[in-house]
Design a protein around this ligand. Structure first.
Ligand code: ATP
Ligand code: MG
Length: 477
């Protein structure tokens, strides 16, 4: 093991972590920083969290680190979490895993006194590098050289490692994309060959890795999604039908999957709901595909159908209710025409955050068309964004909360509390949002007096209106 004290500085190990390492060392146990923190420091990134590996067994750890609060996160696997006051620090006894028969968990774990054993159970060489300020490096699989060369490689036989734990398939895609690594050919083949094993992995863990994958920078994410669409089609089978589907449209040069991927990487990773929406925005295209007599392809009503399919898929992947609803709403509306003069109506329907997302979705979607479509299609969306900014900065009224008249005002003129009161408020809001009348108390009260005894009818079925937009067929470029 080579000593290299300069790395201690580069790693910028926080003092509370060094203190724990010092205590273990004084008790006769070396300890190593391992995994993500070493990898990230070698890449010049700030580590997210620190993991320590040591030959001390959990019982010994507890004695040595008696002054710390210790949470038993997985003592059967040799892992405890230490609360240092600054952070949660995972400390794990060197381990050598036994065989795996379910593609998820080792059948048994045995503890070891060798860091090399511990590193050999880890997934990828770049994650199997350990460093200690006093002991130096342990890098038996060439993880540093692989990082240097920008390669993601399995520790040992790639196929076997993925078969042991199929979550590694998703981790590989995520790490390649977020770290900008090329997947070594052996690992790449193994990812394709073993993709079916992802069926053994819980939806929650798949979704967590999927979201981290989608958080990658644009140019690093693009090649991973293009190359491993078939792998993602295991947890999201609808992707399978998108791959290779020629749209037969004058507006598209890409098949549905490549269009999807290019739309997704055209937007910033800052808002993952937007990226998730773009991943699924055309999920309704394969089942709605038709070819007309001229040979042109159409996807009539793909947006509302796609929203339903996406909702079912996201629920199956155990996404939280809010994310599912937000993605549903955005997919449903991604294809609806919007103009600056209808921005208030959309604000009323979606609220500001979702409308901003909808524009981001539309921009991403537009950017993945042929150049001439982008040139003509982008400016109108940007005009809508300007109109949105203007509406927000001028505090334009688009919601009941902003209406100058409140429920109490209507009760004071004799309207009974209940659904009718709600309908009357909505009708007053209509006069502002739909008819462009001022949000003025006197005017609204006058309108309320006129409307209060009229039959306002059933509340408007917004979805029915959408449907006409979607099915008109004029816009399905
Ligand atoms: P990040 O914290 O950015 O997710 P990480 O590599 O630290 O990256 P963790 O999940 O914190 O990921 O895992 C810590 C280390 O444990 C990894 O670097 C790797 O060495 C090992 N590891 C994690 N998951 C697996 C796995 N499924 N199979 C084998 N080794 C794994
Ligand atoms: Mg980590």
């Amino acid at each position: 093991m080579a000593r290299d004290s300069s790395f201690t500085t580069a790693l910028n190990v926080p003092s509370d972590v060094l203190e724990v390492m010092g205590l273990l060392e004084s008790a006769g146990y070396p300890s190593f920083l391992v995994g993500g923190c070493v990898r990230d420091a070698l890449l010049g990134r700030q580590a997210m969290d620190y993991d320590l590996a040591t030959p001390a067994l959990v019982d010994e750890l507890k004695k040595i680190l008696v002054d710390y609060r210790i949470i038993d996160t997985g003592s059967a696997y040799g892992t405890v979490t230490l609360l240092t006051g600054q952070r949660e620090l995972e400390v794990t006894t060197f381990r050598a895993d036994g065989s795996y028969s379910d593609s998820r968990h080792p059948d048994s774990v045995s503890f070891s006194t060798s860091i090399e054993d511990d590193l050999s159970r880890r997934d990828f060489t770049v994650n199997a590098v350990a460093y200690s300020p006093t002991q130096g490096w342990a890098d038996p699989f060439g993880g540093r050289a692989d990082l240097e060369a920008g390669v993601l490689r399995a520790v040992g036989n790639a196929g076997q490692r993925l078969q042991e734990d199929a979550l590694r398939i998703m981790r590989a895609l995520r790490l390649a994309a977020t770290l900008g690594l090329r997947v070594d050919p052996g690992l790449s083949k193994a990812l394709h060959d073993n993709k079916g094993l992802l069926q053994n992995i819980s939806p929650e863990r798949i979704s967590a890795e999927l979201m981290r994958l989608l958080s990658a920078e644009n140019d690093q994410l693009l090649p991973v999604l293009l190359e491993y669409g078939e792998v993602l089609a295991v947890p999201i089978p609808e992707i399978g039908a998108m791959i290779g589907l020629d749209q037969r449209s004058p507006w598209h040069t890409y098949d549905v999957w490549e269009h999807t991927v290019r739309a997704l990487v055209a937007v910033s990773p800052d808002d993952l709901v937007v990226r998730l929406t773009l991943l699924l925005h055309d999920i309704g295209k394969p089942p709605t595909f038709t070819i007309d007599e001229t040979g042109r392809g159409h996807f009539y009503a793909h947006a509302p159908l796609g929203a339903e399919i996406a909702r079912d898929r996201l629920q199956a992947l155990r996404f939280d209710k809010r994310t599912v609803q937000q993605a549903y709403e955005l997919i449903r509306s991604h294809f609806a025409p919007i103009a600056p003069d209808t921005v208030l109506r959309w604000l009323r329907r979606l609220g500001e955050q979702q409308l901003r997302r909808l524009f981001a979705v539309k921009i991403g979607d537009m950017c993945a068309h042929i150049d001439s479509a982008v040139i003509s299609g982008l400016p109108p969306i940007l005009d809508c964004l300007d109109a949105l900014d203007e509406a927000i900065s001028s505090r334009a009224c688009y919601s009941l909360g902003q209406l100058a008249v409140k429920g109490g005002d209507l009760i004071a003129i004799g309207v009974e509390p209940g659904p009718r009161l709600g309908a009357l408020l909505e009708a007053l809001l209509d006069t502002v949002v739909e008819d462009g009348q001022p949000n003025d108390y006197q005017r609204l009260m006058a309108a309320a007096r006129q409307l209060k005894d009229l039959d306002l009818g059933a509340p408007k079925e917004a979805d029915a209106a959408d449907h006409i937009e979607y099915t008109s067929g004029k816009q399905e470029a």
